[in-house]
Design a protein around this ligand. Structure first.
Ligand SMILES: Cc1cc2nc3c(=O)[nH]c(=O)nc-3n(C[C@H](O)[C@H](O)[C@H](O)COP(=O)(O)O)c2cc1C
Length: 219
């Protein structure tokens, strides 16, 4: 199966130090997935690679064929993926604006009926868990419901080096075991939803709203 790893930080200046702590966390997630779940494919989607237009215009607001090619290409990747790993720092007890902004560019029909896994981190002691709680609501609205286990990395700068390798003294096996609980849930759900999507097309059973969210309103 194919999983997209969204990295939600575009901060490349300090203070606070270090900048782009998230790159360490995404590198560690990739190392864990590639070494332990090599039958699956993973691709990093780094919010820093998407300097999207300053006036907000989501992918679905363009007429067909008129969207910027970067948006079209990412939309296709999301549509083809079987699941998502969403990595976010905690900014003011919330998920990062960079990840929110990137995900807001795409309609829920691309994400729906596939699972997601939440990975948060911070330089402080709580590992971004307050952001993670809000991410559940956000990802549910996108239709890629998050698995119950989550990954939180407190003081990520003390755990991972810049390349994602472990700081001396940290036990990689224990960390990957901890990561594995979430990744195994994600893979199980991704397989289950993939199998069922081939039997029953959810977009056929539940129509996506086309013009306005009020299409879903109570009578
Ligand atoms: C605007 C801003 C708000 C922050 N808010 C929190 C917070 O609520 N909780 C926390 O633990 N750390 C917070 N931090 C510290 C981050 O955990 C730390 O800067 C981390 O390096 C951010 O990840 P990044 O470097 O990948 O962007 C905040 C940092 C910034 C820049």
């Amino acid at each position: 199966m194919k999983f997209l790893i969204f990295l939600g930080t575009v901060r490349d200046s300090t203070p606070p130090k270090p900048a782009r702590l998230g790159q360490r966390v995404s590198n560690a997630c990739i190392e864990c997935l590639v070494s332990q779940y090599s039958e699956h494919e993973v691709e990093l989607i780094d919010a820093l690679d998407y300097p999207l237009e300053s006036v907000f215009k989501p992918h679905f607001s363009y007429s067909k064929g008129k969207a910027p090619s970067a948006l079209d290409e990412l939309a296709e990747k999301i549509e083809l993926a079987d699941g998502f790993i969403m990595i976010s720092p905690e900014y003011n007890h919330s998920m990062s604006p960079a990840l929110t902004n990137l995900l807001n560019h795409f309609g829920s029909s691309l994400f729906s009926y596939k699972p997601s896994a939440i990975v948060t981190y911070s330089a402080g002691q709580w590992g971004g868990m307050r952001a993670a709680v809000g991410m559940r609501t956000f990802l549910s609205e996108l239709g890629c419901l998050s698995v119950s286990a989550m990954i939180h990395v407190p003081k990520a700068q003390d755990v991972f080096e810049a390349d994602g390798s472990m700081v001396v003294g940290e036990d990689q096996a224990s960390w990957f075991d901890y990561f594995g609980r979430t990744f195994k849930q994600l893979i199980w759900w991704a397989q289950a939803t993939s199998d069922h999507r081939t039997e029953v097309d959810p977009h056929h059973v539940v129509k996506d709203f086309k013009k306005t969210p009020s299409d879903r309103n109570a009578p």
